[in-house]
Design a protein around this ligand. Structure first.
Ligand code: NAP
Length: 167
């Protein structure tokens, strides 16, 4: 599994159940990488999508503890065992952990890679991604060139987990 996320310099990822920074180039890259593959999101992130609907042309897995949860074209999982069964047999590189905070915190130990878009926004967040620079088993391996879109600067970073857990 790999995590994919867009963070501020403070590792902020969202506010009021919405994204705080939207970068078209980044969203296009997200779509390109995840289309045809599998994404895992928390129930709150699914609700934040347009009309609360799953993203098209990919398998959408949602984490929820609500046994009554039902949504069209979504596989729901209530725990890690259900999630393991849902992704069994898939190429692990084709499974993307796509947030939000609770979901990243739960699944990051099982991810072998994190694709981090680092933006320079100073907008205050109420949801955060763990600071990988403080985690000894996460190594920064690639730093993309600084790019600009409107008033926002950003870079694509790759971190590798040297000790991922088996799900
Ligand atoms: N910047 C980015 O790249 C990015 C990406 C994605 C999301 N976001 C942002 O992140 C924010 C949402 O994050 P969040 O932490 O509030 O919510 P979240 O992780 O999207 O969803 C949380 C929900 O997931 C379910 N859940 C959590 N742990 C679980 C477990 N162990 N087993 C089963 N279900 C579990 C629960 O659903 P139930 O309550 O139904 O039980 C929980 O309420 C939004 O602001 C969103 O825009 C940012």
């Amino acid at each position: 599994m790999q995590a994919i996320v867009n963070v501020t310099p403070q590792w902020g990822i969202g506010k009021d159940n919405d994204l705080i920074v939207r970068i078209r180039t980044d969203m296009r890259r997200f779509r390109m990488l995840t289309t045809g593959n599998t994404i895992i999101v928390g129930r709150r992130t699914l609700e934040s999508f347009p009309n609360g609907e799953p993203l098209p042309n990919r398998t959408n897995i949602v984490l929820t503890r609500d046994p009554a949860f039902q949504a069209k074209n979504v596989i729901s999982c209530s725990d890690l065992i259900a999630l393991r069964n849902a992704i069994m047999g898939l190429d692990s590189d084709s499974v993307y952990v796509c947030g939000g905070e609770q979901t990243y915190r739960l699944l990051l130990p099982y991810c072998s890679k994190a694709l981090v878009t680092l933006n320079d926004s100073d907008i205050k967040a109420d949801r955060f991604f763990p600071n990988l620079n403080l985690m000894p088993n996460w190594i920064l391996t690639e730093v993309g060139e600084k790019q600009y879109e409107n008033q926002t600067a950003f870079r694509f970073l790759t971190y590798i987990n040297t000790d991922p857990l088996e799900l």
